[in-house]
Design a protein around this ligand. Structure first.
Ligand SMILES: O=C(CO)COP(=O)(O)O
Length: 241
């Protein structure tokens, strides 16, 4: 049985005060959510502690948005696995397209970050996906297979989540057709040694399309950006039908 994982990626949004306000509103909505759905909030580093302290034993899991491969060292601006686990972090996004695009992360460093996350007891959410140009050139599969082949070297597939995020569908309102997302996710699964790895879809997931996305047989959850910032919309997403 594959696990359902619904994660919010807050990116560079919300101060500590705003994070707390969200959490207080969101926790009171969760009473209806089926327990087998794992809900994760990947918040900015500065909000990890306040969110951690206010989860009060709820089923919501804490997530971060990146992790360095060393335990400590002269790596200005980076954060290590032990720094995250100390705050109660359970999940960490690795290789998001915004990190690859704007901050020079490569498949090689993504692989190092994945292995470090697992070494320190974190479950990484590995993001893969193609650009519009790659899709238009018919290179979706080759690009994603190349990312997987490099990113997953020596990675334990029993402690892993993968998110398929077509870059052209992120923050654009331009959702990938659900059947197409389902097809690509099936192809990703065919490349894994563990068929039970939960594979999420990400890219313009909203209350309006969540039911259709989750009805697809290969899709085991979602990684949500913009629609995870508002209590009402994220509540609707985690309580999909
Ligand atoms: O990048 C994403 C999640 O990691 C998707 O963002 P949006 O849901 O805002 O399109």
């Amino acid at each position: 049985m594959r696990k359902i994982v619904i994660a919010g990626n807050w990116k560079m949004y919300k101060t500590r005060a705003e994070s707390l306000e969200f959490l207080q509103g969101f926790m009171s909505c969760l009473t209806e959510t089926p327990e087998e759905r794992e809900i994760v909030l990947c918040v900015p580093f500065t909000s990890l502690e306040i969110v951690s302290k206010n989860l009060h034993g709820s089923l919501v899991r804490l997530g971060a948005q990146n992790v360095h491969w060393q335990e400590s060292g002269a790596y200005t601006g980076e954060i290590s696995g032990p720094m995250l686990t100390e705050l109660g972090v359970r999940y960490v996004i690795v290789g998001h397209s915004e990190r690859r695009q704007y901050f020079g992360e490569t498949d090689e460093t993504v692989n190092l970050r994945l292995k470090a996350a697992q070494k320190y007891g974190l479950i990484p959410i590995l993001c893969v996906g193609e650009t519009k140009a790659q899709r238009d050139a018919g290179e979706t599969e080759t690009h994603i297979f190349s990312q997987l082949a490099q990113d997953l070297v020596d990675v334990d597939q029993t402690k892993l989540v993968i998110a398929y995020e077509p870059i052209w569908a992120i923050g654009t309102g331009d959702t990938c057709e659900t059947k197409e997302a389902n097809r690509v996710i099936g192809l990703i699964r065919s490349k894994l040694s563990n068929p039970d790895v939960p594979i999420q879809y990400g890219g313009s997931v909203k209350p309006e399309n969540i039911d259709e996305v989750m009805a697809q047989p290969e899709i085991d959850g979602v990684l949500v950006g913009g629609a995870s910032l508002e209590v009402a919309s994220f509540d609707r997403i985690v309580n999909y039908n």
